[in-house]
Design a protein around this ligand. Structure first.
Ligand code: NAD
Length: 788
């Protein structure tokens, strides 16, 4: 290009970044082995790491086998005792030193990332690496403040961490920094396509003198990841990747009691109202979908435009897309780099071709693709309908679909019509409108008048099939810690009640206790009953034997009551107090029933009822206090974290302390705005079927609390399979927990299973506060920039 051409089209010349340093680092290190117990092993079972922009082989990487994973886990286990006992200040110094070292080598890291992944240098230099550094600095602070911020918490132990290729070092930092700050040791597997920055990071760990075995890096493919997941001596798995693999991992860990956090796929909505700053929103959408070639879990890949501005917006967007510079990722002037590999290019191009075949209108930015390398032009589809595959499926490439809406309700209906719930972006100059939309979006992150913002102090993670668990912020730290009392729980000795060999027929008028669905007493669909025995094995009464249809009805009723979440916390609190008050009126009667059904003595039965009332008061008190936080990310923005209800929670209560346990679980869930379907304990369902009379007199809106009696494993399984249930709490044995968690993968519901452990329901400090409230909520982080 000559100078007169530059004047003509105001284009830039090339400004390539020097890659010499990165190449010489690769050359010096030759073939890469694993980083285990503080040393690099000899390379074995090698495969190539390819530069996707040129097709050149960059390095040879080892494909980790089971024995490599075993060695790494062993090293991490050995290191755990020392590392977890190291003072917070000492751990902070290591994290600080890592941050400093990455900062000093920022250029090498950025170039290496660009070579290995294909992302443009402008992004690896200005986004990925600065965020990595910030992450380690931020978590140095957590390490030191852990004891006062998370008293009575303890690290999990050995954490297995598996990450994808789209932000290789950034995903590593999101996993390693909080794990180390909390006192865990780690075995991390980078994605097979992008291991180099993790291996350079391993050298940083050596350079700062991190004790051996604290960080172990085993490279390899999916099978290496699977070996980490399946290893018996790993205490927690943190996974970022596709929803498909996330579900496989959920299933494998069912019933094991290992910690699990899943950061999965997305199909995020980018909503633009007619009063938005249009030029700002166009820049926003470019950033949301074409940043990192669209290989971003939270990419704003569904553009929703208010009808009145649709034409104008699309015209501006197309003009802007035409200006994007696609090509050499090392050129500082490039906006769009290479996709990760040829397979991904072919997969995304197939989706584009299908979109065209199915009648969507295609627009691709001007310009020609480089002759070699894995490139796809920025792509925009319009004339699509909400159920089209390109609208529903995560494409994970530079492909945007655009639809229009008439009013906020329609925008919300389109935005929430997705199995995913990772992020959303809302654009309007009317902050009232934007903030009205925010809580109604079922996503873990919402950006108001901005897009794709991240910071170590602000949690990130999804709702629905985008996974569970958070990274960043206090909630991200909590994901690497367990309560020390919970770690020490022992299996419960289950008392089996005497039961007669054959059913006693109950004579006279039928007094089968009804179920409670949608605010009404309901007979079981199947018409069958089960006997309930007293402590001496005599029939004390009968309850309906609920079935699949009853659960479906109860879930439907619960989902209809979703406005419970919009009620004020004050009102929810008042209703729980009212429940407590009304139970208090009948406490003698309930205590008698506890005696009869469980064989508890008078004092024990009295204590259980009184503690149940106290528990209702405790959660009533929390309803308007367990709220969020405001963060200060390093930009002119506030980011606020909201504790939101999860939705409909299925609860299968334990046999022990049947009234107290049911009420504790119910009250925690309902206090935070959830609706519940409760399956009361096998031993004493009559207690809870009496409790609905208390509910009926306490102003609880219909459908908020539903009670279905019957076999808890059968009904728990139906609840776990049901896509209308968002979370499941199941009290039962380890074997039952395995069954329940296995079938929960359908919509990736959040589960809490007691695995036959001896939870002390009488302990108000443990079971009457944050422990259950955390399970009843998920954190949404909302970014709102300010300034003019
Ligand atoms: P992937 O699921 O194919 O692979 C992710 C990682 O899992 C890789 O390291 C891979 O080797 C490993 N793996 C594959 N099979 C495994 C198995 N059976 N057991 C254990 N590990 C296994 O995903 P990908 O294609 O590398 O990454 C793209 C996906 O990651 C997208 O769906 C994207 O949305 C998601 N992602 C999510 C986030 C988030 O924070 N939510 C962030 C980045 C990427």
């Amino acid at each position: 290009m000559n100078i007169s051409e530059i004047f003509e089209n105001l284009d830039y010349g090339k400004a390539p970044e020097d890659a010499k340093l990165a190449y010489s680092w690769i050359k010096e290190n030759g073939n890469f082995g694993h980083f285990i117990d503080g040393k690099f092993s000899k390379a074995s079972n090698i495969f190539a790491s390819i530069n996707p922009a040129t097709g050149e082989e960059l390095a040879k990487i080892s494909d980790g086998k089971k024995q490599d994973v075993n060695r790494a886990v062993k090293a991490a286990r050995l290191a755990f005792t020392g590392w977890s006992a190291t003072s917070g200040f000492e751990r902070a110094k290591y994290l600080y030193a890592i941050a400093r070292q990455i900062q000093k080598n920022a250029r090498l890291f950025a170039v290496l990332e660009t070579l290995d992944n294909g992302k443009v240098i402008r992004e690896s230099r200005d986004v990925d690496i600065p965020l990595v550094i910030r992450h380690f600095y931020h978590h140095a602070g957590w390490a030191q403040n852990l004891k006062n911020q998370f008293s009575n918490h303890t690290p999990y132990g050995v954490c297995g961490q598996i990450i994808p290729w789209n932000f290789p070092l950034l995903m590593l930092s999101w996993k390693v920094a909080p794990a180390l700050a909390a006192g865990n040791t780690v075995v991390l597997k980078p994605a097979e396509a992008t291991s180099l920055s993790a291996l350079l990071f391993a050298q940083i760990c050596q350079n700062v003198g991190l004790p051996k075995g604290v960080v172990n890096i085993v490279t390899g493919h999916g099978a290496t990841g699977a070996a980490i997941v399946e290893h018996d001596d790993v205490d927690k798995i943190a996974f970022t990747g596709s929803t498909k693999v996330g579900k496989i991992i959920r299933e494998k860990l069912a019933g094991t009691g290992k910690g699990l956090s899943l950061e999965l796929g997305g199909k995020s909505a980018f909503i633009v109202f007619e009063d938005a700053d249009i030029d700002g929103a166009v820049e926003g959408v470019i950033d949301a979908i074409y940043f990192n070639q669209g290989e971003v879990c939270c990419a704003g890949s569904r553009l929703l435009l208010q009808e009145s501005i649709e034409k104008k917006f699309i015209k501006k967007l197309k003009a802007r897309m035409d200006k994007l510079r696609l090509g050499d990722p090392l050129d500082k002037m490039s906006d769009i780099g290479a996709m990760i590999d040829e397979k991904e290019v072919a997969r995304v191009n197939d989706i584009i071709a299908d979109g065209v075949k199915n009648g969507a209108s295609l627009f691709q930015a001007k310009g020609t693709l480089p002759k070699k390398g894995c490139f796809i032009k920025p792509t925009l589809f319009s004339d699509v309908s909400p159920s089209d595959e390109i609208v529903q499926k995560e494409i994970f490439g530079p492909v945007l679909v655009s639809m229009s809406f008439r009013n906020p309700e329609e925008a919300l209906a389109l935005a929430t019509n997705s199995i995913y719930g990772l992020a959303a972006s809302v654009w309007s100059e009317n902050l009232n409108l934007a903030l009205d939309i925010v809580p109604r979006l079922k996503t873990g992150v919402v950006w108001v008048n901005c897009a794709t913002q991240f910071d170590a102090s602000v949690g990130f993670g999804g709702y629905k099939e985008s996974g569970f668990g958070r990274e960043g912020g206090a909630e991200g730290m909590r994901a690497y810690l367990k309560r020390d009392w919970e770690k020490k729980l022992k299996p419960i000795a289950i008392k089996v009640k005497k039961s007669p060999s054959k059913t006693n027929l109950v004579s006279g008028v039928d007094k089968t206790a009804k179920m409670f669905i949608g605010g009404k007493q309901a007979r079981g669909d199947g018409g069958y009953c089960v006997d309930v025995f007293d402590a001496n094995g005599n029939v004390a009464g009968q309850v309906s034997d609920g079935n699949r249809k009853d659960i479906r009805n109860a879930v439907e009723a619960a989902n209809k009551a979703s406005t419970w979440a919009d009620k004020t916390a004050h009102l929810r609190s008042q209703i729980l107090y009212y429940l407590g008050e009304n139970l208090d009126y009948r406490k003698g009667e309930f205590a008698e029933k506890i005696r009869l059904l469980t064989g508890a003595n008078k004092a024990q039965a009295k204590k259980e009822v009184e503690t149940s009332i106290e528990r209702l008061f405790a959660f009533a008190g929390f309803a308007d206090k367990y709220d969020g936080k405001v963060h200060n990310p390093p930009m002119r923005a506030i980011a606020f974290a909201l504790n939101e209800p999860i939705g409909t929670i299925g609860i299968c209560a334990p046999d022990e302390n049947p009234l107290l346990a049911s009420i504790s679980m119910m009250a925690a869930a309902v206090a935070m705005g959830n609706r519940i379907v409760l399956v009361p304990s096998k031993i004493a369902p009559l207690l809870m079927s009496d409790f609905y009379q208390v509910i009926e007199t306490s102003d609880v809106p219909n459908g908020v609390i539903n009670i279905v009696t019957g076999d808890s494993l059968t009904l728990g399984k139906v609840l776990s399979e049901h896509d209308g249930v968002d979370a499941l709490w199941f009290a039962g044995s380890q074997d039952e927990a395995k069954i329940i968690e296995r079938v929960s993968t359908g919509n990736l519901k959040q589960t809490w299973v007691t695995r036959g452990q001896n939870y002390n329901w009488f302990d108000g400090e443990k079971m009457g506060g944050e422990f259950l409230l955390e399970k009843a909520t998920q954190v949404k982080n909302v970014w709102v920039p300010y300034g003019v």
